[in-house]
Write a protein that binds this ligand. Structure first.
Ligand code: UTP
Length: 314
């Protein structure tokens, strides 16, 4: 674990509506959807912890109470497990909330955009650099290596300026991401001179796409505060960073590891399959299950073993 980071605080904007996951997200936050046995938000908090950060700031909204409860002490449950001598489970439960971890919560009353959500945390962040983690991007570092935010914190300790996580995407996918361009400082590090939100492949300045991890200097708050609505009528974080770039250096860092876009069903399924295959408890079973799975394609219908889910019918 990396301990000597200058970063102390992480902001988790979790006030989005999660419409791509309805109806699952009708009454629960998408950040609480589990990949195997852990909610998405816990993967992100553990990543921040591994980068040496101990103060976690959540920007929440309606229907997000479950996130607060998840990181709170569950006295009754702990007591039950203690009495039943289920000590392993007790350990799992307590590991969610290490003693040196602090949580703060602030509400974003309306979903006015990611930039606006980050601005809501200004009074809790204060005048210091901070990380932003979008929990629906589940990031897995290389085996035995630093987490993605850990790698970025290491870069930040040297550069002292804002850093965005980027990955190269196929040309046909530039329209889904913020795309950066600039001067390559060294392998895997670009000094950003342009940022474009969701460009068509023919006008994209590069194929370097921003993933949901940022380390930002507090100057970004000034930009966000005075900023007009951008794409989709929302206060965009990308626009705030583009403004910051006029005054300070902003770097794009090509991290080692893999990103799963768990805000989309496809990415969520990929994460579930790949993390399940590597899971210490169920990995062996699941690999065997997949190897023996008979996938029965019947004409144009894509049905596994011809099982059909139950749905309400008139
Ligand atoms: P998304 O673009 O994924 O939006 O937000 P969403 O509302 O969560 O999901 P869909 O598209 O409706 O399915 C990216 C991140 O920014 C946060 C979200 O919680 C997510 O982590 N966000 C977005 C806010 O906190 N507030 C906002 O106003 C918008």
């Amino acid at each position: 674990m990396q301990k000597h980071t200058q970063l102390k605080k992480a902001v988790f904007p979790v006030a989005g509506l999660g419409t791509r996951f309805l109806p699952a997200t009708k009454a629960q936050p998408k950040e609480m959807l589990p990949v195997v046995d852990k909610p998405l938000i816990q993967y992100a908090v553990e990543e921040a912890y591994s980068a040496g950060i101990r103060h976690m700031i959540f920007v929440t909204g309606r229907n997000k109470r479950a996130i607060e409860d998840h990181f709170d002490t569950a006295y009754e449950l702990e007591n039950e497990l203690e009495v039943a001598k289920k000590l392993k489970l007790l350990e799992v439960l307590r590991s969610v909330q290490p003693k040196d971890l602090h949580f703060s919560y602030v509400r974003q009353a309306r979903s006015l955009g990611l930039g606006h959500a980050v601005l809501c945390a200004e009074h809790l962040v204060g005048d210091e650099p901070f990380a932003v983690l979008l929990a629906d991007d589940l990031m897995v570092g290389p085996p035995g290596g630093l987490s993605v935010l850990g790698q970025m914190a290491e870069q930040f300790n040297v550069l002292g300026e804002s850093i965005l996580a980027v990955q190269e995407v196929p040309a046909e996918q530039t329209q889904r991401y913020g795309i950066v361009a600039g001067e390559t400082v060294r392998d895997g590090l670009i000094k950003v001179s342009a940022m474009v939100e969701k460009p068509a492949p023919e006008v994209a300045p590069s194929r370097m796409a921003v993933a949901g991890r940022y380390i930002l200097t507090p100057g970004v708050f000034d930009q966000l505060r005075h900023q007009n609505k951008g794409a989709g009528g929302e206060i965009q974080l990308t626009d705030g960073i583009a403004g910051l770039m006029q005054h300070q250096g902003v770097y794009a860092f090509q991290y080692q590891g893999k990103r799963y876009d768990c805000g989309s069903k496809e990415g969520f399924l990929e994460a579930t399959v790949e993390l399940a295959l590597n899971h210490h408890e169920v990995g062996g079973y699941f690999r065997n299950y997949l190897e023996n799975l008979q996938i029965g394609w019947s004409g144009k219908e894509r049905r596994v073993n011809k099982l059909t889910p139950v749905v309400y019918q008139d």
